[in-house]
Write a protein that binds this ligand. Sequence first.
Ligand code: GDP
Length: 314
Amino acid sequence: MTVPESPAGAGRFDRLRRGLRRTREGILGRIGSLFRGSARSEDWSGELEEALIQADLGPRAAAQIVQAVKGAPGSTQPSWEGVREAARRVLRDILTSGNRTPPKGSVTPPRVVLVVGVNGGGKTTTAGKLARRFQGEGKKVVLCAADTFRAGAGEQLRLWAEQVGAEFVGHRPGADPSAVVFDAASATLSRGADALIVDTAGRLHTQDPLMRELEKIVRVVGRRIDGAPHEVLLVLDATTGQNGVNQARQFLDSARVSGLVLTKLDGTAKGGVAVRIVQELAIPLRYIGIGEGPDDLIDFDPDEFLEGLLPSAA
Ligand code: GDP
């Protein structure tokens, strides 16, 4: 198995734009076809609402956008530009209103980040990408494979560590995850590393033993490193759309999640789900995944995201 490289040289916004292509084209196609040209359907507002819901923006945002269009000048025969601007206003309000408080910012190193979520969502990949980012900032990182259940998860993380130049701590499959975390915390301290990133097993919120194991990991790392974990990132797969939001909600009830990561925004037309996540979950969306490569994790920036989703000139 190899870790794919990101396309070199592409700027951050270009990469975001490319990642959001399918979502953007879906939105522009659906809504544009209703309002470009001169004829309007009698039920344009119902069709607009439906198109927005299909773009995974969620019923609340869809209703708000329809209201905004109805309240705008020329609302009996709205123009494409009018609809686009009304939608952008509403989306900007939603995207910028989310709780953006950064997690415990001034932590004395080492900083401990736990990556949680269901299997296949992109936890291991996100842990690797985060390690790459921290290493790129000149920090020394330890990657810990606490997913001792899934065959191959440890090996996958070890490859990431090798590629990004991070230290790797893992045990054999089936080992006690808390014991791995304990060892990784000790290694982090003894080597004077700046960050410890822990990849946990893909737990379903309904799987009680797995939730208890996560709690144990939290306790163990907290006893070893002051204030740890400093951040618990819940990884959500954008391709699951609405299901991902429901899943997150249940997850938030049980884990001490401090931030969200939305992965696989590239290659899906369901990227509008980010709007829904920001609007409906009271946890900041911190990062978005726009590819499988090490540099394909970017900070979630509301204005940039909006421009990638529904450009001001389109
Ligand atoms: P885990 O089971 O939660 O640890 O998930 P993995 O990290 O193994 O990821 C599952 C699959 O999703 C892998 O094939 C990853 O390469 C892929 N993946 C993860 N993040 C992204 C992303 O942002 N974009 C794309 N296209 N694929 C991703």
